[in-house]
Design a binder for this molecule. Sequence first.
Ligand SMILES: NC(=O)c1ccc[n+]([C@@H]2O[C@H](COP(=O)([O-])OP(=O)(O)OC[C@H]3O[C@@H](n4cnc5c(N)ncnc54)[C@H](OP(=O)(O)O)[C@@H]3O)[C@@H](O)[C@H]2O)c1
Length: 269
Amino acid sequence: MQAVEAKGFRIPIVGLGTWSVRNTARVVEQAIRIGYRHIDTAQMYGNEAEVGVGVRNSGKRAEVMVTTKVQPTLLAPHDLERSVKESLARLRFDVIDLLLIHWPNPRVPLAETLGAMSKMKREGYVRAIGVSNFTVALIEEAIKVSPEPVVCNQIECHPFLNQDKVIAACKQHDMAVVAYSPIARGGVPGNEVLERIGKAHGKTAAQVSLRYLVQQGIAVIPRTSRIERLEENIALFDFELSEEEMQEIYRLAHRSGRIVDWTWSPKWD
Ligand SMILES: NC(=O)c1ccc[n+]([C@@H]2O[C@H](COP(=O)([O-])OP(=O)(O)OC[C@H]3O[C@@H](n4cnc5c(N)ncnc54)[C@H](OP(=O)(O)O)[C@@H]3O)[C@@H](O)[C@H]2O)c1
């Protein structure tokens, strides 16, 4: 499996998203059996225990990079430390590979949260730390105050949303970009341009959307509960999009392309 490398930490370029997946343990185990080496979960998804079962049942724990995310109400150091230990207990792992701040919380100073995450890294509870849903300004602050390297920013990223500014900031600070909702939560299939480009390569629109990101060095974490789609979403390395095709897909972004937006979202770039 190809990987994106940031600050010496490797993130397999295709992972499995598990938010609201049905039969999580079975799907995770099957994904690993067919070659996935990156699984994305979060405290907020309520499925860390099932993800842990799936990973263990695959017999490949040592090869799989598992991400979990601290929920935004638990970012104060004491809460964070306790919640990470609870995540480890639910996963039944010795270590969390990649621990992210799920959403920024302006009520807790970033320096305190990243300080606590760094401490947990030094104490061996986590292997690497990162952030999610961070804007350019928040990235700059994180880089400034974090005692340990911040290796990634997990953000919404697909052909319908222009994320140029935040991607450039990640590049500038040697952070990997991990794309969530990489097939626009199912909005990609049926798009005329993506379907047409897919047809020319013998691929589906979903595969074109994922390839578009992977070809830019962006890791993707598509979610599916269907075993046959697990195969489809990882079969991205036997074709290449031309420069013209990349440009055409780039032009699909539009102002209302963002899907994930909450009252607690930061002011997007
Ligand atoms: N950090 C954050 O704040 C954040 C926010 C959102 C998501 N995430 C993470 O990112 C992961 C992925 O994002 P997402 O779940 O929002 O959306 P997504 O992966 O873009 O889309 C998932 C949807 O697409 C369908 N699908 C999957 N593969 C398909 C294919 N090959 N062809 C057609 N349809 C397909 C799935 O249905 P079936 O299950 O029926 O296949 C599901 O309805 C999440 O599961 C989660 O792990 C993180």
